[in-house]
Design a protein around this ligand. Structure first.
Ligand SMILES: Cc1cc2nc3c(=O)[nH]c(=O)nc-3n(C[C@H](O)[C@H](O)[C@H](O)COP(=O)(O)OP(=O)(O)OC[C@H]3O[C@@H](n4cnc5c(N)ncnc54)[C@H](O)[C@@H]3O)c2cc1C
Length: 446
């Protein structure tokens, strides 16, 4: 059996690797040039947070060791308060409860190299998919010559990202409507360079400057630089619409993020030169056409990036689809769609919710008291109470939908235990906590 994969991004490459390891022949068609020879697009999601689900999929595909040296450990959030104060908050309580920053371009290059080493994989760059022919063949175009051609494929995996051409073609053929919910906040990336050869911020943290309606974040790169991302409304005040000239940009950063002016000497030039990216959640009612075509990753279910799970979720898709194909190739796509959809809907909702948490509530006293309490409760009841952040980021066997359900129950418990205006010396009633947990949370095998 042969497979055609549309898109040579993280999901397309990992999927091709997994399929080739099962002995299938795989052709990958990628719109862009070979990333090993084509420079990455400036200002587009330069680094990403890699967590347990992504790591498990990379391990099971046998490529974890190919990328491990690219990972930069992040142990927690460094919150930069409006008054210049800093507050470090650990992500988890065990030493291994960390996440990793990784360069998107370097990761993709390594995956492409790993795919290329496998017999059975053929990679075609500069070859965008433009749709599907009436008989189901893939329509492609050679970008250099503009020559259109068709490709007959037995089975097709659409991993062509949030704007997926294959998804549009499937929707047209299947007469279904895809909802793309664009967030009214956009993003822009800025590079924080080294100063005198040294990193300017603590390397083992994800830095956040929460400002209520918007925020700046920064993730470390392996060379000691950081990639900062500003998330801000598109219109209104303040918004990207009001930041169209150097004076307005300088005034905005001086008021909201004065530290950024020190960290980024060419801030205004970068701001004006880098693209303004959009963020959206894709709700696609169907991911497949029979057992011939399926969508995976962002093509099926793009989400907003506030839990750092889009790529992790895409990698988990690849792992789960591989397991299903191994069990029974004739029903794998149907079972993938059926079993995976509740989980991708859950992580889409959790990711949206997390924006409010990152830009706003992280600085609340009640939030911090609840976070400490959640860690205490996890130590007391490790089989029953696992903070939602930990279920999503550090566990690779708890489905997202379960993390969402249990997370909601746990939040009710925390709300019942910590009053809205808890005093500084607040001591939670742990006896009551034990009772609520025993009543409302069954043990979980994680
Ligand atoms: C600002 C930002 C920050 C993020 N941070 C994180 C994070 O910290 N952690 C995390 O896990 N995720 C993060 N994400 C999400 C993550 O980037 C995506 O979920 C992930 O890249 C999805 O992988 P994919 O392979 O499905 O799609 P993509 O990465 O979009 O790859 C799709 C590939 O298909 C190619 N392609 C597109 N159209 C065609 C076509 N017509 N024909 C052929 N090829 C085509 C593209 O060139 C690309 O190579 C972030 C996203 C953004 C925007």
């Amino acid at each position: 059996m042969n497979f055609t994969v549309i898109g040579g991004g993280p999901a397309g490459c990992l999927s091709a690797i997994l399929l080739a390891r099962r002995g299938y022949s795989v052709e990958v068609f990628e719109r862009r040039g070979d990333p090993r020879t084509t420079p990455a697009e400036a200002g587009r999601s330069i680094n990403l947070a890699l967590a347990a689900r992504g790591i498990r999929a990379l391990r099971e595909a046998g490529v974890f060791n190919d990328i491990a040296d690219l990972m930069v450990t992040m142990r927690g959030r460094m919150l930069h308060e409006p008054d210049g104060g800093e507050l470090f908050s650990r992500y988890g309580q065990r030493d291994d409860e960390v996440i990793y920053s990784i360069s998107r371009a370097a990761l993709t290059q390594r995956l492409i190299e790993a795919a290329r080493r496998l017999p059975g994989v053929r990679l075609h760059f500069n070859t965008p998919c433009t749709g599907l022919a009436d008989n189901g063949d893939v329509l492609l175009r050679e970008a250099h010559s503009d020559r259109p051609f068709t490709h007959a494929a037995e089975r097709i995996i659409g991993a062509d990202g949030g704007g997926s051409a294959l998804r549009h073609a499937l929707a047209e053929r299947g007469h279904f409507t895809v909802r793309e919910d664009r967030l009214d906040h956009d993003y822009k990336e800025l590079v924080i360079p080294l100063r005198e050869g040294q990193p300017q911020l603590a390397m083992d943290a994800l830095h956040i400057w929460p400002r209520g309606g918007f925020m700046l974040i920064a993730l470390p790169n392996a060379d000691g630089s950081f990639t900062a991302t500003l998330f801000l409304p598109r219109s209104g005040n303040p918004s990207f619409d009001t930041l169209r000239n150097a004076a307005a940009i300088r005034e905005f950063f001086a008021r909201e993020f004065p530290q950024a002016i020190e960290l980024i000497p060419d801030l205004t030039a970068q701001f004006l030169a880098h693209p303004q990216g959009l963020l959206a959640t894709v709700h696609c009612p169907r991911w497949r056409e029979d057992e011939r075509i399926t969508l995976i990753g962002d093509a099926a279910h793009a989400i907003v990036p506030f839990h750092g799970q889009g790529m992790n979720c895409a990698f988990e898709d690849c792992r789960i689809l591989d397991e299903l194909l191994t069990a029974d190739t004739s029903t794998a796509f149907a079972r993938f769609e059926h079993t995976r959809k509740p989980d991708t809907e859950a992580i889409a909702a959790i990711s949206l919710e997390n924006y409010g948490e990152m830009r706003d509530t992280v600085l609340d006293h009640r939030f911090q008291v609840q976070k400490e309490l959640a860690m205490t409760l996890e130590r007391r009841h490790p089989q029953r109470f696992i903070p939602r952040y930990a279920m999503v980021m550090f566990h690779d066997r708890i489905p997202y939908a379960i993390a969402q359900q249990r997370g909601a129950v746990q939040q009710h418990i925390l709300d019942a235990l910590v009053p809205e205006h808890a005093p500084d010396n607040f001591t939670p009633d742990l006896h009551r906590a034990d009772q609520l947990i025993a009543e409302r949370l069954d043990p979980i095998s994680a």
